[in-house]
Design a protein around this ligand. Structure first.
Ligand code: PAF
Length: 298
């Protein structure tokens, strides 16, 4: 049964009921924070929560603090009945769907979490204040729901990185789980914005995924960081309908100082037909001089 709660008291009562047990044997609670308009990407997060935790909760809250444009906030889809049906189908136990005045009692937040330098890079310049809003609401969600694990998509890799960093910095004992990006059969990363692309726009947008694949191939063939970046850049340069905003290779924590070898993250943001798209991939840089061919095929 899927229970919907809207106030903090209802949440606290449902939480105690669902998690009844002694400290050792109490069920684990997994939370999937969302802003609703659930799609297959959210379904993967919910499935991950269900497979690792006995109780799965989804929060649905369109957070005004993370929108810089009033018009974007007003336009944001709120198909609550569809979301509820999807949660029921996926076996979600609890939906936490507070109104704005429950989440922000007494009006706009007076105290919020400031995201620091990383929030001004990559996505930062085009979304001022966005990550402060995200971290503030995620803090509220984590402190009210108090999950054992919380699930976020790797598609929003900068968001995931900042949330991990916040939990580490504040010493929270929730485990933050990153779940791989879900893609359509043609390779396009799922996003609620994809519906705004025409057939030609979608074809152009596939270059983002193609650039990431080329970069992974360059890395697995022993390419240096510069060569990996240039492999992706060449694909995007050959796509006139894709306006690249950034293409950056960083370490997995998104610090700009990239080690010469080991795990790295390649991130891209671009506009196609006025639709802003982001994507990213893990890349493994091979030490110079080593044989990048997998041992079994040497
Ligand atoms: O990724 C999202 O949907 C939102 O940024 C989040 C994490 C639910 C916070 O509002």
């Amino acid at each position: 049964m899927t229970e919907v709660v809207r106030t903090r008291d209802e949440l606290a009562q449902a939480r105690s009921r669902l998690l009844a047990g002694t400290d050792e044997d109490r069920p684990k609670l997994g939370l999937v924070p969302t802003m609703g308009a659930l799609h297959a990407g959210h379904a993967t997060l919910i499935e991950a929560a269900r497979s690792e935790c006995q109780v799965a909760a989804v929060s649905i809250f369109v957070n005004p603090m993370q929108f810089s444009q009033e018009s974007d906030l007003a336009r944001y889809p709120r198909p609550f009945e569809d979301d509820l049906a999807r949660c029921v189908e996926l076996g979600v136990d609890l939906i936490w769907a507070p109104d704005v005045d429950v989440m922000y009692p007494g009006g706009p937040a007076q105290v919020w979490v400031t995201a620091g330098a990383l929030a001004n890079q990559l996505e930062g310049p085009s979304r001022p204040g966005h990550f402060d809003g995200v971290l503030t609401v995620v803090t509220k969600l984590l402190t009210t729901v108090r999950p054992d694990r919380a699930y976020f998509g790797e598609k929003d890799y900068q968001q995931l990185t900042l949330i991990r960093r916040m939990v580490a910095d504040f010493g929270g004992d929730v485990l933050i789980r990153g779940v791989p990006t879900v893609r359509d059969a043609d390779g396009l990363a799922l996003s609620s914005r994809n519906v705004f692309l025409s057939v030609n726009g979608r074809r152009a947008a596939l270059n983002l995924g193609a650039a990431l694949r080329k970069a992974r191939f360059a890395a697995s063939s022993g390419g240096t960081a510069a060569e990996v970046l240039s492999a992706a850049g060449t694909v995007l340069a050959g796509a006139p309908d894709v306006q690249v905003e950034y293409l950056e290779l960083r370490d997995p924590d998104l610090s700009p100082t990239l080690p010469a070898h080991g795990p790295a993250r390649l991130l891209v943001a671009a506009t196609v037909e006025g639709v802003r798209l982001i994507d990213n991939t893990a890349v493994e840089l091979t030490p110079a001089g080593s044989d990048p061919t997998p041992a079994e095929s040497r």
